[in-house]
Design a protein around this ligand. Structure first.
Ligand SMILES: Nc1ncnc2c1ncn2[C@@H]1O[C@H](COP(=O)(O)OP(=O)(O)OP(=O)(O)O)[C@@H](O)[C@H]1O
Length: 437
């Protein structure tokens, strides 16, 4: 009877959903869940990790956090970001886990609902954020959480870390996704441009205003307004921005009529705005308005394990898509600090591809600043870097096979996973050999 009720609840959920017991067994499933995975669910027998990860152990035993464990511990709802093996390949999804209680308040199992994260991918994909390092997954979690609300977001990060792509992802994951995403490049905006661009103007408002013109705030109606490089807005214009954000109202240049604004605000800056507030070049009241939910974008140095996936992705999306990196070139690229982040990597990928006459991009085609490192690397790379390099080699050689790799290293599987964690690697960090891809 209880199970019939639960099956009924599961079927009424639109997203993929299952009901699982303490020991991960699936007791009820909806069609949307069955449609997501290749492996068939056998009620009462299949474990959730067998279906979603194609593994024989729960997620927390191979480097991912398990929302079921968290839920069991706290007896409260829990969530976690996972990479699942879907029908059409690896998919990012946000797992929501809720304890289900009987009339006496005793937990009888757990409801798992899966939200697919469409804006991120662990493999090459068009117009998506690509990556799978821990720092990248934390970023994806922050995006998913904040996208659902209308909170003002401030994206802070070095140049080339992907602030624009992240802003677009937040828009796409929000309820405003069907409306416009309007980007305003704030660098170089002077007073007259700022007002007429942002608020629009009436015909005859100033010399050259020969027609009525809609402003960007009006175009963003119902959607998202993205103010890039907000740290470059001069102080006299910051007050106008503050007024717009505080009142939600504005006037077109040359008009007395007040317009109502309706947009979700995302701002970005590579400058440290808090420091600017301290030295008086950025208004404190404006800072607190725009930074209700600050998100720091990791540098490429902090997501080193993503470098080879990104390099291959950027190559595939370039005009040199038929070319490939050698394993040695990718390993060496992964040790470079990339002060210009993903944008610099993109340039390096294109330049190196251009420098090779055949289909393989090797160490000698990389910029000198990187390839020269190779000559000294054997002597100067410390023990940790060598350990990481060796782990990556083994992951590439043996693929998704922790037991074999652990045997090869003459350590326990547990120690092997500890080593992976230490170097921010996961089982899925291995580069697929060509015949597998
Ligand atoms: N995670 C990622 N996956 C795929 N491409 C990425 C990723 N991050 C950045 N890029 C690409 O790198 C380039 C630079 O990204 P973007 O312009 O969003 O950076 P930015 O932080 O806004 O830079 P700036 O501060 O200089 O304006 C773009 O071509 C973008 O598509």
């Amino acid at each position: 009877m209880v199970h019939q009720t639960i099956q009924g609840i599961i079927e009424s959920v639109e997203k993929p959903a299952i009901f699982i017991t303490n020991d991960y067994s699936i007791e009820a499933v909806n069609q949307s869940y069955r449609d997501t995975y290749e492996t068939q669910v056998v009620l009462g027998k299949s474990k959730c990790y067998e279906i979603s990860h194609n593994t024989s152990q729960p997620c927390d035993q191979h480097g991912e956090s398990c929302p079921l464990s968290a839920c069991k511990k706290s007896n409260k709802n829990a969530s976690a970001l996972h990479i699942h093996k879907g029908n059409s390949g690896d998919i990012y999804c946000n797992i929501l886990m809720k304890p289900v209680k009987d009339n006496n308040g005793i937990t009888i199992g757990f409801l798992e609902i899966l939200e697919k994260v469409d804006f991120a991918s662990s493999i090459s994909s068009d117009r998506k954020l690509i990556g799978k390092s821990k720092a990248f997954q934390e970023l994806v979690s922050m995006i998913t959480r904040s996208a659902k609300s209308d909170i003002n977001i401030l994206l802070q990060g070095e140049t080339g870390t992907g602030k624009e792509l992240v802003a677009l992802s937040i828009h796409q994951a929000s309820q405003r996704a069907k409306k416009q995403f309007i980007e305003v490049e704030c660098t170089g905006l002077n007073e007259s441009l700022f007002e007429s661009e942002l608020f629009g103007h009436e015909k005859g408002a100033f010399t050259g205003a020969t027609t009525n013109k809609k402003g960007l705030v009006c175009m963003a109606n119902g959607g998202t307004l993205f103010l890039d490089e907000i740290g470059d807005v001069p102080l006299n214009l910051q007050v106008k921005l503050l007024r717009l954000i505080e009142t939600g109202q504005y006037r077109r240049v040359g008009s007395v009529e007040t317009q109502k604004a309706n947009f979700r605000l995302i701002c970005a800056s590579h400058k440290n705005l808090e420091e600017m507030v301290k030295i008086g070049t950025f208004r404190e009241d404006l800072y607190y308005r725009i930074a209700a939910f600050p998100i720091s974008l990791p540098t490429l140095r902090e997501r080193q394990s993503d470098i080879s996936i990104l390099a291959e992705h950027l190559l595939l999306k370039s005009e040199f898509s038929s070319k490939k990196f050698t394993h040695e070139a990718l390993t060496l690229l992964s040790t470079y600090p990339f002060p210009g982040n993903v944008r610099e990597l993109k340039n390096i990928v294109q330049r190196s591809a251009l420098l090779t006459d055949d289909e393989l991009i090797d160490i000698e085609h990389l910029p000198k600043s990187i390839s020269m490192k190779n000559n000294t690397s054997n002597h100067s790379i410390n023990l940790d870097a060598n350990e990481k390099k060796y782990l990556i080699e083994l992951l590439n050689q043996f693929g998704n096979n922790p037991k074999v790799i652990a045997e090869h290293l003459n350590v326990s599987v547990r120690t092997f996973y500890r080593k992976l964690k230490k170097h921010d690697l996961t089982m899925s960090n291995y580069i697929l050999p060509e015949h597998d891809s």
